[in-house]
Design a protein around this ligand. Structure first.
Ligand code: BG6
Length: 484
């Protein structure tokens, strides 16, 4: 079993979790700047910790201190990217997934001309990546829409946001298209239904609660239209580039073989695939539309939307995969947190400290399900293990658990390719420790490179190669053949 030549290996980052420098270079505030530090491992606290209110957002926006807002400082990638890229090149990366901060280019999202300092920053970074032989894979929007759009306009609920996004994308393609040939429209586009503020700049309590679900689907539709529109634009402006869509692959099994559990799982899966059905398949599927209609939700189609969605589908499907869960109709079924969800616990799987259930076989199942359904090339653009790592007195970080996690997932990935899946590449989340999206913790570490920074921003920011660094380097050099 071997991976094809040219299989792309690397890692994935997001601007809002690494860059820091939140007030430098003419950058405007993003929704990520008001995300507070909220460590949690207790499933019962999960939902309460993630409530976003208008009062909370305004209070955070007025607070200029960054202590409790770790995404404001990230890991200082904005200044240290040359050093970090060199470490990634040392591991043999052929690809690095990054995102572009919308508010570095358009500080409120509403300007008509871009901030040239922001453009110059990314130009320099992409040039350096190319010099090192690392191909950029770039997400246009990764959990950092302009805060101004949330405070003034209800974000993506307003159709006008499509135009603002098109303006941003046009600058990205015009100025970075020479370096960047692989793009992703929205990180985990389905996330807007679970965390509308982070993905959609929607402040939930500014909308009547009985209209919130409708508002989220309206915003999602606007993102679909925007995604198709910028895909068309990319094809005109950078004809040799490819556009991907991205899904949070929340692989779900029936908790038991009781037909009610199986039916509930089937419905869950149908709604999960709704986004890729539209973005890769080109249309809302009839059954999903019917399920929404029965909940009183209508999709706000305008003339031309259906044609646009049908004509400008994604070239490849990318997805994140961390964990799986189960579905049960029993209200008392024991639950555990996963990636921005609470799922029913699977008795056969171990969990991380954060409750995420570790399931390498689920990666193979996901690859096969997605390829079977769409027949389009796939790209794993996030997968990894968040753990507390320890910097030992002799300056090392021994992380055998991370090596075990990746090895088990790579074995399954290779098997899926052997079974016939067309997989373009694999980029881990994340190659270097960064600020967690959900909890804003530094102590939930994912990297092959340790960053000396604690949750409150203390530390030297020194980078240290973990044991997994050497191991991943060997995996890449052997194109997955040597997992020992
Ligand atoms: C993905 C996001 O859902 O999960 C990333 O795209 C995020 O931004 C990753 O960091 C891991 O989640 P967390 O909450 O552990 O950072």
């Amino acid at each position: 079993m071997a991976l094809p030549d040219g299989f792309r290996w690397g890692g994935a980052l997001a601007a809002n979790q690494v860059e820091g420098a939140w007030k430098e270079g003419g950058r405007g505030p993003a929704v990520s700047d008001v995300a507070t530090y909220k460590p949690h491992t207790d499933p019962t606290e999960y939902a309460a910790h993630h409530v976003v209110t208008k009062a909370g957002v305004e209070k955070a926006a007025a607070d200029q201190d960054d202590t409790y807002y770790p995404k404001r400082r990230g890991i200082d990638f904005y200044h240290r990217y040359p050093e970090d890229l060199a470490l990634f090149a040392e591991m043999g990366f052929t690809t690095l997934r990054v995102s572009i901060s919308w508010t570095r280019l358009f500080p409120t999202g509403e300007e008509t001309e871009p901030n040239e300092e922001g453009v110059a920053h990314y130009e320099a970074m992409f040039r350096e990546m190319r010099r090192l032989g690392i191909e950029p894979l770039v997400t246009l929007s990764h959990y950092d829409p302009p805060l101004a759009l949330a405070l003034k306009h209800n974000g993506w609920v307003e159709r006008r946001t499509i135009e603002l996004f098109e303006r941003f994308a046009a600058v990205c393609f015009a100025r970075f298209g020479a370096y960047v040939k692989s793009w992703i429209t929205f990180n985990e586009i389905d996330g807007i239904l679970r965390h509308p503020f982070t993905s959609g700049a929607i402040i939930p309590d500014t909308i009547p609660q009985d209209e919130l679900e409708q508002a989220c689907y309206t915003a999602l539709h606007h993102q679909f239209v925007a995604g198709a529109s910028v895909t068309r634009m990319l094809r005109d402006m950078v004809p040799d580039a490819r556009m991907g869509c991205m899904l949070t692959m929340l692989t779900t099994y029936p908790n038991t073989c009781h037909p009610d559990d199986v039916a509930a799982t089937q419905l869950k899966e149908r709604m999960l695939y709704l986004c890729t059905d539209v973005q890769a398949g080109g249309a809302y599927p009839r059954l999903a539309l019917r399920a929404l209609e029965r909940r009183g939700i209508t999709i706000p189609f305008r003339d031309g939307d259906r044609e646009l969605l049908a004509e400008h589908t994604a070239d490849f499907i990318s997805f994140s995969y961390y964990m799986s869960m189960t579905e049960s109709v029993r209200p008392d079924a024991e639950r555990t947190p996963g990636n921005t969800v609470l799922g029913v616990k699977n008795p056969f799987l171990p969990s991380s400290e954060w409750g995420w259930q570790i399931d390498p076989v689920g990666l193979r199942i996901s690859l096969i399900s997605l390829y079977d359904r769409y027949g389009k090339p796939l790209f794993i653009v996030e997968n990894g293990l968040g753990m507390r790592d320890e910097l030992t007195a002799d300056g090392h970080v021994h992380d055998p658990y991370r090596i075990d996690y990746f090895r088990a997932h790579f074995e399954q990935l290779i098997q899926a390719v052997d079974e016939g899946v067309d997989l373009l590449g694999y980029v881990s989340w994340a190659p270097i420790d960064l600020v967690s999206a959900s909890t804003s913790q530094m102590s939930k570490r994912y990297g092959f490179v340790y960053v000396d920074q604690d949750d409150m921003g203390g530390g030297t920011l020194r980078r240290v190669r973990k044991d997994s660094f050497t191991w991943y380097k060997k995996v890449i050099a052997s194109n997955g053949a040597d997992l020992s």
